[in-house]
Ligand binder design. Structure first.
Ligand SMILES: [Mg+2]
Length: 202
């Protein structure tokens, strides 16, 4: 039986922050550089703090993002090299998605995954219950489904994976990569993830 590899969507499989950097400039007329979205700071309200700092907090909100994300995600690209590496990993591991996205984005998320990563994802788990909106932690879900690893861009989810006996891989280089717990493997690029798994036993 293949070992299970749990993977996050935003800023891991989907180049979400790169997309919103361009889209927010387009919508608000701002001229922010990507570097402005990489300033170190905590994860909670990260985007809002970037907007407020640059005087566009009244022009854009998380609700606007949610509105887009539940209808159409087609302009969001895969992160660089993810497709190539995932295809290789799918030969050795069962790839499942674990995401904290809102449930109202579920249909659009499934459509996006089918289009961008066709045939690669076996199952999708949402941390939120569709009815009660109760949230289960990613670590809990990973432990329940028997995932051996979690690849995520948020140190908090990595910490939670550790607490649940799941090996966390922190992906990317993001402003919210502060307070990274010990025991987390860091992979800045998908090529680094490929190298990491080349060294693991299947
Ligand atoms: Mg994410």
């Amino acid at each position: 039986m293949k070992k299970v590899l749990a993977i996050d969507v935003d800023d891991v499989l989907a180049d979400s922050t790169v997309f919103w950097h361009g889209e927010v400039n387009r919508r608000t007329g701002a001229k922010l550089e990507l570097d402005h979205w990489l300033v170190p700071g905590e994860y909670s309200r990260y985007y809002e703090r970037v907007w407020e700092k640059h005087g566009i907090g009244h022009l854009i909100s998380i609700d606007h993002i949610d509105e887009y994300m539940k209808q159409d995600q087609s302009q969001i690209k895969a992160t660089p090299a993810a497709t190539k590496v995932l295809k290789k990993l799918a030969e050795r591991y069962e790839l499942v998605i674990v995401t904290a996205r809102n449930r109202n984005q579920e249909a659009a998320t499934r459509k996006w995954l089918d289009k961008v990563y066709p045939g690669l994802v076996e199952r999708i788990y949402f941390t939120r219950d569709p009815v009660s909106q109760a949230v289960r932690s990613k670590g809990e879900i990973c432990a329940e489904i028997g995932a051996s690893w979690l690849i995520d861009d948020f140190p908090g989810h990595c910490k939670d994976a550790l607490a649940n006996g799941v090996k966390p891989i922190l992906y990317g280089q993001y402003g919210w990569h502060v307070d990274i717990p010990e025991g987390v493997v860091r992979c800045k690029k998908w090529q680094d993830i490929e190298s990491y798994f080349d060294e693991q036993e299947a």
